[in-house]
Design a protein around this ligand. Structure first.
Ligand SMILES: CC(C)(COP(=O)(O)OP(=O)(O)OC[C@H]1O[C@@H](n2cnc3c(N)ncnc32)[C@H](O)[C@@H]1OP(=O)(O)O)[C@@H](O)C(=O)NCCC(=O)NCCS
Length: 215
């Protein structure tokens, strides 16, 4: 599971880093307070204002519910997808290692700082979304089945999740070339407030990651 998962991983790594310290030091957080354009969104309404360009509206019934043990098989298959891992960049070093995956999800499910939900499309498990609270602004992240991309599912799920996790400001991270995720966040009124660089296991390289915030 994507960025906050990466964040959770990195939090773990910070503790017992598997990333060579040198790389760690590359991770300079440059918080540039960009002048905030007026928010394009109205938080009250769960549906974002119509974007100028035609947008992807999910025609399916999108719902969120607490994670059930049987969902993990689906989540495991989702994070095996190479293009999804590349897109998220901070996913697992070895996505096919089920043992690591299961331990990681037990950490997520047992961590009171994390609000996590399964995303359903017409009742089918299609992904997950979480908010990770580490004392500063909570951060959200999400990951859905590759075969369901481009159907407006995550846009709808983020809208519902923002009605459930009402703490503000709330943040999200996306690798600078993850246009899809950045588009979803901007549609819900998130704006870039900074950026960071970090070693991304799925890319084997240091990447630029944007920090976006919904005030
Ligand atoms: C990122 C991800 C969650 C997007 O999910 P999705 O359900 O396909 O997203 P949606 O269909 O709701 O919306 C995608 C938006 O991005 C836009 N988009 C997609 N590809 C794009 C591109 N290359 N350039 C610009 N916009 C793009 C779509 O047009 C849509 O915007 P619109 O509704 O205004 O038209 C999904 O690709 C995923 O799970 N990726 C792997 C994990 C990951 O990267 N998680 C996020 C990191 S935190």
């Amino acid at each position: 599971m994507g960025c906050a998962d990466g964040l959770i991983r990195r939090a773990d790594q910070t503790v017992g880093s598997t990333v060579p310290p040198a790389v760690g030091r590359v991770r300079s957080v440059v918080v540039q307070r960009l002048s905030r354009a007026p928010s394009t969104l109205n938080h009250e309404k769960s549906r974002p204002r119509r974007a100028a360009t035609p947008s992807t509206e999910s025609t399916a019934v999108i719902t969120l519910r607490p994670v059930e043990a049987t969902d993990l098989d689906e989540f495991f298959s989702h994070q095996l997808d190479p293009s999804a891992n590349h897109m998220a960049a901070f996913g697992a070093k070895n996505p096919s290692d089920r043992g690591v995956f299961d331990n990681h999800w037990q950490d997520i499910l047992n961590d009171r700082r994390i609000t996590v939900r399964t995303i359903l499309s017409d009742g089918h498990v299609v992904g997950s979304i979480l908010a990770y609270h580490d004392g500063e602004a909570p951060e959200i992240s999400y990951w859905i089945d590759r075969s369901r991309w481009g159907q407006g599912i995550t846009t709808a799920a983020v809208g519902q999740f923002l009605n459930e996790v009402t703490e503000r400001p709330i943040r999200a991270r996306a690798v600078a070339d993850n246009a899809s995720s950045i588009r979803i966040l901007e549609r819900w009124g998130f704006q870039q407030v900074g950026e960071t660089q970090g070693f991304a296991p799925a890319r084997g390289a240091v990447v630029r990651e944007l920090i976006l915030e919904l005030p």
